[in-house]
Design a binder for this molecule. Structure first.
Ligand SMILES: Cc1ncc(COP(=O)(O)O)c(C=O)c1O
Length: 512
């Protein structure tokens, strides 16, 4: 039937069960006269039809998501050009949209996006269709490109991860996911019969890559912190000794600067160097790269029998040079590193960086005569604006600027976690992370308002440079007030989060 869709039960993305939607989806029902306004106005965020909740549970609808509003495209009237009516309508739509974006930007805490940036200087470039299709290092026939900026950014990252200019290959991706898809594809091309190993708390893009490339994938258990359980890793490696290993390692959290840049670091960061580190998506955990390599060696995998892709998407630009942390460097036997550009850096469009060894990329690149370039990327056309934004940002801030922002985020995250616990709310913060994990709020409207990311009984706030103490305080005060309402008559209790973050971090009725 046209327009009918399946509904995923909550959590069913994990077990794959589906049930049918009772009603036929009717997009028109969601088209208001004009545009979606600010949360709360126009009913947005309220009522089942608008926020897609039923009995407080949010539904995920495959194909057509019922949370999505639609701004219809209509045919211009014959006299529109004369009356200017259409132009006025468009202007009003955009003005309202801008207002809504401003408002939603204020209430965002759950995703690791730095929403604080100023790229006004680059607005002059929006009139150009800048496209870096093909290989960053081989100019194609399309001249409206930004390869010079792209290579500048890539050089910066290659230096960071200690790979010589003539030994690396990389490109600016659309996002961290593309970096993972590329890194794992390179691994698969190097070892066509390799098995992919990833901790079960790895980002979903890693498992998507396994499905896309039809690779055998072995999930590894995690510790309470979210870090890969290396004993389980070794045990599973030993079961598949006959096949090469392609390993996804979550490095999440830190920016690794060369030793010569150490003197830029403040005492505060140096103090942090001595604490356990922790960049998985939900808990902000970092896998111990050195231990992963050790376990591979112990299991009898020589360096020519494994490929390691390091997923640094989450906070890949966050912690400059962490001395006792497993250092990410191409001096170690790793194959690729990826990072998201729109996260800690902050960028109006999603983007990312992928760096690999030039010897590896040969395995997947092909010449394309039509481009007069080489194809080794996942996408064809590539956003040529993104490299300019990254280039601009890295130049403007420099290492010192990032260092200051990192310090602020870590301080604010510790402050926030402390306040949660003081308010009797179970919470966990991996030491060098700015992802604060806590009990899932009981009200989906509240979750939606603050744009929290939730999984099972836990939610998290990722403290990014734009998340101020004032914002955290406002959030906490509202949460405390709401909890009083939710738990007032004793009908419901705070969720137990012990299985996700450990007993000591849980303040439910049993573990308090
Ligand atoms: C650990 C990790 N890897 C990969 C990704 C995907 O990054 P992106 O959203 O840039 O595609 C994320 C996103 O949060 C992440 O946390």
């Amino acid at each position: 039937m046209a327009g009918s869709v399946d509904v995923l039960a909550p959590d069913s993305s994990i077990n794959g069960t589906t049930k049918s939607l009772s009603e036929v989806f009717n997009s028109k029902a969601f088209i208001s006269d004009h545009v979606p306004l600010v949360a709360g106005e126009n009913g947005i965020g309220k009522g089942e039809a608008q926020n897609g909740t039923e009995n407080g549970e949010r539904k995920i609808v495959l194909g057509k998501n019922i949370h999505t509003m639609c701004l219809e495209i209509s045919e211009p009237d014959i006299d529109d050009e004369v009356t200017g009516e259409r132009e006025a309508y468009m202007a009003s739509v955009l003005a309202k949209y801008k207002k809504s974006l401003t408002e939603r930007t204020k209430y965002h805490l759950g995703y690791p996006y730095n929403l604080d940036f100023d790229y006004e200087a680059l607005s002059q470039l929006q009139h150009f269709s800048i496209n870096n299709l093909g290989d960053p290092f081989i100019e194609s026939n399309y001249g409206v490109h930004s390869r010079q900026f792209e290579v500048g950014v890539l050089d910066w990252f290659a230096r960071l991860w200690e790979l010589e200019k003539d030994e690396y290959w990389g490109y600016i991706t659309n996002c961290g996911t593309e970096g993972n898809l590329h890194g794992i594809l390179v691994g698969r091309e190097v070892f066509p019969d390799g098995i992919l190993y990833a901790s079960q708390e790895s980002h979903y893009s890693v498992f998507k890559a396994a499905r896309m490339y039809r690779m055998e994938c072995v999930k590894i258990d995690t510790l309470c912190s979210g870090e890969i359980d290396c004993d389980d890793f070794k045990a599973k490696l030993l079961c598949h000794k006959d096949k090469p290993a392609i390993v996804n390692v979550n490095i999440g959290n830190f920016l690794l600067l060369s030793h010569s840049l150490m003197h830029f670091l403040s005492p505060f960061l140096l103090w942090l160097l001595h604490i356990n580190i922790s960049g998985t998506t939900v808990k902000g955990a970092v896998d111990d790269l050195d231990l992963v390599i050790k376990k591979l060696e112990e299991a009898g995998f020589s360096h020519d029998r494994f490929y390691i892709h390091c997923d640094g998407a989450l906070f890949g630009l966050m912690l400059p040079f962490v001395k006792r942390a497993p250092k990410v460097s191409f001096k170690k036997p790793i194959g690729s590193v990826s990072v998201s550009g729109h996260k800690f850096v902050g960028c109006p469009m999603p983007c990312g960086v992928q760096i690999t060894r030039s010897e590896h990329v040969k395995a997947l690149s092909r010449n394309v005569e039509y481009l007069s370039s080489r194809d080794a990327t996942i996408m064809g056309s590539r956003n040529g604006h993104a490299p300019i934004f990254l280039w601009y940002n890295l130049n403007m801030k420099g290492y010192r600027g990032f260092q200051k922002e990192v310090q602020k985020c870590l301080r604010n995250a510790h402050y926030f976690k402390g306040r949660l616990v003081d308010a009797g709310i179970g919470a966990m913060l991996n030491e060098l992370s700015s992802t604060v994990v806590f009990e899932r709020p009981h009200d989906e409207e509240f979750v939606h308002r603050w744009q929290l990311a939730c999984e099972g009984n836990i939610a998290h706030v990722v403290v990014m440079p734009n998340v101020t103490i004032e914002k955290l305080d406002a959030f906490l005060n509202e949460l405390v007030q709401k909890r009083e309402e939710w738990f007032r008559d004793g009908k419901c209790q705070p969720y137990c989060i012990a299985s996700a973050v450990g007993h000591k971090n849980c303040l439910c009725a049993i573990h308090r």
